[in-house]
Ligand binder design. Sequence first.
Ligand code: PMV
Length: 310
Amino acid sequence: MRQTASACAKVILCGEHAVVYGQPAIALPLSDVRVTATAEPAETLTFVLQDLNETFDLTQTHPITELAMRVCEALNVPPPPIAVHLSSQIPIASGLGSGAAIATAVARLLCQVLERPADPEFINTLVYESEKRFHGTPSGIDNTVIVYETPIYFVRDKPIERLTLIGSYTLLIGDTGVRAPTHIPVGDVRRLYEAEPDRIGPVIEAIGKISRDIRHLLLGGDASAIGRLMTDNHRLLQTLTVSSSELDSLVMAALKAGALGAKMSGGGRGGNMIALVTPQTRAAVKDTLLQAGAVHVLETTLQGHEFSSP
Ligand code: PMV
């Protein structure tokens, strides 16, 4: 029987970049958009990236082979003789967590093949190590939301807090089609912060306050107020220089078409933006995003619990 494991994509609702400096951020899993890893018998541990038409084994230095070695070392077993076929629905370098999702799917599959429990804490630690290879100084938000596959309110080095909310919030996720590796804007923000701490410090704190406020508003179901804060968050990210003309024009287009709020999401300079919509504005905002140059538009609904009185 062929063994498979998978992992979801993610989107950041608010707080990216500031989260690297200890401020809170909110991230959501995209359970319908996934990476799948499938094991087939082989002579040695090999990886086949189906979408990129690339094959490599443990003799090659690659973040995935390094992760596989770390999994085997941690479990104290030799690498299993399998070919891991990876197929992904997540666009790379677009702020949807493709690297962390690939690492999560691979680590889960190896645990399965090696008949060891895929304990989330164990997987999360290994995937975080792998993220360091991509980003340099990752906050840990991507691996955490992807491994636990639940909406999270995330503060670096603090215990995981699952987000509680009331109501239902639909986000459209518009892809600029521009691929932008996260480590570049993350490094630029660091340099900017070091050069101008008095100007950039308050921007980072203001983003953190937005995440705290949105967390609070999610408990009251005030979608309009959440939308306004998302747009404020976008402006602050512009000040950090991590937006781009493509992201700005999709954000503007979504707002003009009636979105309650819109912002870039993730590392920036390309990748995806998000827009908060209502059932009434959803179709118009989606059409407008496509007309304004989005290469595709995904949708996700954050569903809260309705508390009924006893
Ligand atoms: O992987 P991305 O592009 O979604 O970016 C992750 C979020 C950042 O805050 C920009 C970086 C980090 O490590 O938290």
